[in-house]
Ligand binder design. Structure first.
Ligand code: CP
Ligand code: NVA
Length: 292
């Protein structure tokens, strides 16, 4: 059955809610829509449909790609900043869901707590799409699957390594990979593991699909034999208080820009590599004076 038909009316909150077949159908449809777009074929089945997009966190890709996507399919999308809605002044999620359902055909939301998206979906009579929560980023993961499939032509035997914070993106990737039978390894610092529910769910799914699921603190273990390596910001939106703006970047030099360090880090505000090199002079003079 065609994915558009079989998923009609469904919310898209997490890939946990979708079967392997449904995800593969979505990917096949995405590939087809991409081919149409590249061929310049006009395809406007959503003519007359409107999407509300609520953003309680910033966005470039999600906002623009959803809006452009709606326009290309013949519909319209409206950007709603959460702070400018009555939602920002205390109107409940449930009431917002019921009101927006009177006006629009689909609601996309980017917010903090995942429960907020679930509540919106519970009270909306139109489908709700998760454009990122603290726990999940299913639209991103779907696009990631498409990207990997385009390059590898299969998921079987493919290994995806993710090195970084065990955040929303990591949670979503765990599930996405497990669902399609792709091996996945996540390396994160201690204390920054993906959510236990997602890891457990991915392991259980993997037992059925044949995907291996590894969560480790060792990036070398994760990237060993990997076909794709993925990372994300250290500090996700909403976790800014955890950021360490005063970290120092040191390097004994010579440096291979673009290999062990990017030029952006080398020349960035946290880099002290040239002061460090200069201090060789002063430190060694101190040694000489002391030992002689
Ligand atoms: N990857 C992603 O979701 O990007 P934006 O935050 O720009 O939407
Ligand atoms: N983990 C990041 C993803 C941004 C697209 C965040 O939540 O900020």
């Amino acid at each position: 059955m065609n994915a558009v038909m079989s998923l009609k009316g469904r919310d898209f909150l997490t890939l946990l809610d979708f079967s392997t077949e449904e995800i593969l159908d979505l990917l096949a449809l995405a590939a087809d829509l991409k081919a149409k777009q590249k061929a310049g074929v006009s395809y406007t089945p959503l003519s007359g449909k409107t999407m509300a997009m609520i953003f309680e966190k910033p966005s470039t890709r999600t906002r623009v790609s959803f809006e452009v996507g709606m326009i290309q399919l013949g519909g319209q999308a409206m950007y709603l900043n959460g702070n400018d809605l009555q939602l920002g002044r205390g109107e409940t999620i449930a009431d917002t869901a019921r009101v927006l359902s009177q006006y629009v055909d689909v609601i996309m939301i980017r917010t903090f707590a995942h429960q907020k998206v679930e509540e919106l979906a519970e009270y909306a009579s139109v489908p709700v799409i998760n454009g990122l929560t603290d726990d999940d980023h299913p639209c991103q993961a779907l696009a990631d699957l498409l990207t990997i499939y385009e390059a590898k032509k299969t998921f079987q035997g493919v290994k995806l390594a993710y090195v970084g914070d065990g955040n929303n993106v990591a949670n979503a990737l765990l599930v996405a990979a497990a669902k399609v039978g792709m091996n996945v390894a996540i390396a994160c610092p201690p204390g920054y593991e993906p959510k236990a529910e997602y890891v457990e769910a991915a392991r259980q799914i993997g037992e059925k699909t044949g995907a291996t699921v590894v969560v480790t603190h060792d990036p070398l273990v994760a990237v060993a034999g990997a076909d794709a390596i993925y990372t994300d910001v250290w500090t996700s939106m909403g976790q800014e208080s955890e950021r360490k703006p005063d970290y120092l970047f040191l390097h004994c030099l010579p440096a291979h820009r673009g290999e062990e360090v990017t030029a952006g880090v080398m020349d960035g505000p946290n880099s002290v590599v040239f002061e460090q090199a200069g201090n060789r002079l002063h430190a060694q003079k101190a040694i000489l004076l002391s030992v002689l």
